[in-house]
Design a protein around this ligand. Structure first.
Ligand SMILES: NC(=O)c1ccc[n+]([C@@H]2O[C@H](COP(=O)([O-])OP(=O)(O)OC[C@H]3O[C@@H](n4cnc5c(N)ncnc54)[C@H](O)[C@@H]3O)[C@@H](O)[C@H]2O)c1
Length: 596
């Protein structure tokens, strides 16, 4: 029989604590909410009230249930009030000495059978537990932000946590409607160990002006389907908390440089820019605690006119290549009303691409997404050619041929001879330096990267890559074209992986390393990222879809260019590729897909 928890105490009512109070009270458990001062208590109460009011306004909570929820919560200043609760969850700032002090005090105040839990993200639960005389009753219960929304709870057992306590807490999580993964005490547990290197890397990109905050966030949302971009997430977490988590992970997690907090973070924390809770972090919010972003001096002008500023007029577009990407890109431009010249290496290839474009457009008609007349008009706008000479009068060329530098360079040299002056020449390369391609022409200022995602007709993101020689006009033109295609164009520098792959693949590689270290299972790691961070797929699901060979190649490129030791490909990934386990395409990768 699992133990009954009828009253729990929550210590610290900040970003996490207030949400944790709500989770318990919503599920019929009485809560004693404790803060350090009356003013902090008031702030916590206000957070709880506005969160439950929002839930009522959204129709997710009945008014009567909200009122009952509030009746279950009592508030107090100081830990003494917790003398008769069954369980305490501590959610004070991420400092070991503070948490140890609080646990020593809780140990003194609480009943001998009370379970003492910490919501720490990165500190050692074991080190916290030894501040008490009951380390076997100390456990980590790591909720995710926002606690009422995110389904995952990481239950962290130390080497001395009693198995009954673990079982009782697991049963409690089920009662709260949460999914738990139970793991050992290691810095960052599952989710944060995989998340924070990525978040810190994104802050580094922002700090070095590699891309704007809006573009970094849009890239990860639209390119990976994440619920929010990394900088918006940092603001939600709180930059002070994020700083402490990174700093602890750096020290506890083997001094991986990727966890050394980017200097900008410390500066922002010192300046009081803590994210949503202080009303300003990477973005500016309506007021402290508000989720509503308001424009500030860094907000880019959103109008069409501003996008088109300096952009050249584009009416006719050449697309070179006959693979998946070229086919998708031809369709995208034709549907958006551009005249398209498709150039392949021969009539047969042109016929095949033509068929593929027709099939795809027909699918749109069958699904009711495209009118027959629009399909016919789109097809009517495409002309098919097997010679580059037909690109003499286009305004933009998009190259999507094989991913080999020598082939691309030769092609760009030819385009340079054939195309009229002022044309924007774009490459869709996902891994080669755009500047290498640009320097094969006499007009590097007109060369950009236009990195479409697969499938191009569906994916809403395009990375616009500007090299150190790209002119502002060519960048503006590329951006305006993306907008006219109904896509979001994000501008970034010419570095390996651009934005999305540079941020995504090291995280996937880290997940492989975690599996390799037997810290957790592929299923639990996938669960943790989906339910704790709202990712549409877990890392192993995604690796099997993308292909392990493709992932390894990208990771190798990143490692070779940046020489970051943490980017070295996971040996397990290399072995699986060598063994021919490439993912869904070979019916076996991290998982066996032969029966599906
Ligand atoms: N922010 C997140 O996204 C997130 C997610 C999961 C876990 N966590 C963890 O949760 C814990 C709390 O983080 P947070 O982001 O909510 O911090 P926060 O700064 O938003 O809130 C901390 C609260 O603790 C209160 N406090 C400080 N000293 C206290 C004391 N002696 N007694 C009672 N209350 C005290 C503060 O007044 C404040 O309200 C940390 O361990 C953090 O790592 C944070």
């Amino acid at each position: 029989m699992a133990r009954e928890f009828s009253t729990v105490g929550v210590v610290g009512l900040g970003t996490m604590g207030a949400g944790i109070v709500e989770v318990f009270a919503r599920n019929g458990i009485d809560v004693l909410a404790v803060e350090i001062s009356e003013s902090a208590l008031e702030r916590g109460r206000a957070t709880l009230t506005s969160s439950t009011d929002r839930a009522v306004a959204k129709g997710k909570l009945a008014e009567a249930d909200r009122d009952a929820l509030h009746e279950r919560v009592r508030f107090a200043v100081g830990l003494d009030a917790l003398h008769s609760v069954d369980l305490v969850i501590e959610a004070v700032p991420e400092h070991l000495d503070l948490k140890q002090r609080i646990f020593a005090e809780l140990d003194r105040v609480c009943r001998p059978d009370t379970i003492l839990a910490t919501n720490t993200s990165s500190l050692s639960v074991t080190e916290i537990s030894v501040a008490t005389t009951r380390p076997n009753q100390v456990i980590g219960i790591h909720f995710f932000n926002p606690a009422p929304v995110m389904k995952l709870v990481e239950v962290v057992r130390t080497v001395v946590t009693s198995p009954e306590v673990v079982a009782d807490v697991e049963a409690l999580c089920a009662r709260l409607g949460k999914v738990d993964v139970t793991i050992n005490d290691r810095a960052g547990f599952i989710a944060n160990a995989l998340l924070f290197g990525y978040l810190n890397h994104a802050v580094g990109m922002f700090e070095s002006h590699y891309a704007t905050r809006e573009d970094i966030d849009a890239a990860m949302k639209l390119g990976c389907g994440l619920p929010m971009g990394p900088l918006a997430l940092m603001d939600l977490i709180g930059l002070d908390t994020a700083y402490e988590i990174l700093d602890t992970m750096y020290r506890r997690g083997g001094r991986d440089r990727r966890h050394a907090p980017v200097p900008l973070l410390k500066q922002m924390v010192t300046a009081g820019l803590l994210g949503r809770k202080s009303g300003r972090g990477f973005y500016t919010y309506q007021r402290p605690g508000s989720p509503v972003v308001v424009p500030d001096e860094a907000t880019p002008p959103a109008t069409e006119a501003a996008l088109a500023d300096g952009a050249r007029a584009i009416a006719k577009v050449g697309v070179v290549g006959s693979g998946t990407m070229a086919t998708g890109i031809i369709e995208v431009f034709a549907k958006a009303g551009y005249e398209v010249v498709s150039v392949t290496r021969g009539a047969e290839k042109s016929a095949a691409v033509c068929e593929a474009v027709k099939t795809s457009l027909n699918k749109g008609v069958v699904r009711g997404k495209l009118a027959e007349a629009d399909r016919d008009a789109a097809l009517g706008r495409i002309s098919w050619s097997a010679t580059l000479d037909h690109l003499a009068d286009v305004d933009l060329v998009v190259e999507a041929v094989v991913e080999e530098l020598s082939v691309k360079k030769a092609l760009f040299a030819s385009l340079d001879e054939i195309c009229k002056p002022g044309v924007v020449l774009a490459t869709t390369t996902s891994s080669l330096p755009v500047i290498d391609v640009a320097m094969a022409t006499q007009r590097p200022a007109d060369v950009v990267g236009l990195h479409f995602f697969n499938p191009a007709p569906v994916m809403p993101l395009v990375e616009v890559v500007r090299t150190i020689r790209t002119s502002p006009e060519a960048t503006a033109t590329a951006r305006a074209v993306c907008a006219a295609l109904g896509k979001t164009g994000v501008v970034c520098g010419d570095r390996s992986g651009f934005i999305v792959n540079a941020l995504l693949f090291p995280y996937l590689n880290d997940a492989v390393k975690m599996l390799e270290a037997s810290y957790s299972t592929a299923d639990d790691i996938d669960h943790a990222m989906k339910l704790g961070c709202g990712y549409p797929m877990g890392p192993f699901e995604l690796l099997d879809v993308v292909g392990l060979d493709v992932s390894l190649a990208i990771q190798r490129e990143l490692y070779l260019e940046l020489r970051e030791p943490g980017f070295a490909p996971a040996p397990l990934l290399e072995h699986l590729v060598t063994a021919g386990y490439l993912g869904r395409k070979t019916r076996r990768g991290f998982r066996d897909h032969s029966h599906r």
